[in-house]
Design a protein around this ligand. Sequence first.
Ligand code: KIV
Length: 269
Amino acid sequence: MKKQFKKVTTHSLAEMKANGEKISMLTAYDFSMAKLLDGAGIDAILVGDSASNVMAGHETTLPITLDQMIYHASSVVRAIDRALVIVDLPFGSYQGNSSEALRSAIRIMKESGAHSVKLEGGKEIQESIVRILSAGVPVMGHLGLTPQSIYKFGTYTVRATEEEEAQKLMEDAMLLQETGCFALVLEKVPAALAKKIAESLSIPVIGIGAGPDVDGQVLVSHDLLGITKEFNPRFLRRYADLSTIVSEATENYIKDVKSNSFPSENESY
Ligand code: KIV
């Protein structure tokens, strides 16, 4: 039987994997959206650095700052009753300097009240992960397409299609588990490779564009809800068309204001 978790913790996610229950995860960056997702029963909420694209309109995730991530994360945390909240450490706040990584993670935990952090990369950031874990902060890993490295990759295309990169990915996934990460996001990699990694690891593997044979799925909520219309990767399933709903509602409001049919007598004091 599916176990009901009153509050989802990193241990709950491990239990879900052990019980074969898939983990549901979505992004949120503000109070109102987080409240809706949590109320609907989502297991985990990622305050992703995709806020840089979705909230701020930047082309990449690189510009968002640690202060901005803390602002988004604290807004989300205030809305949550049940879900586990994971916050991305933004670009430049942890790479190449484990003391700075620790400082950044501690600021996120202290100033936002979130439950864990996520970092992109494998062996090259292991020292930073060790330092953060030593402070008692749970860490989620992120491998495959890691958008903070977009200028190294040059494109957002599927990763690890060649044997050498697939091998490195497998080694990094093992290393993140051995280092102590509680879970791993795998982004845009072949489904067969993701399946092999999920079967080899005891920690949960949460996929985005990684096929069905992983331990859970994550999407950017604005993509799934059809708010961002121009982003159409193969892995995205749209569950709503909010852009049409918002546009039509706005057009109707404008029409009513212009024709003076809003507000009516009942809507006035
Ligand atoms: O920032 C983000 O939204 C992410 C997900 C795409 C996994 O890292």
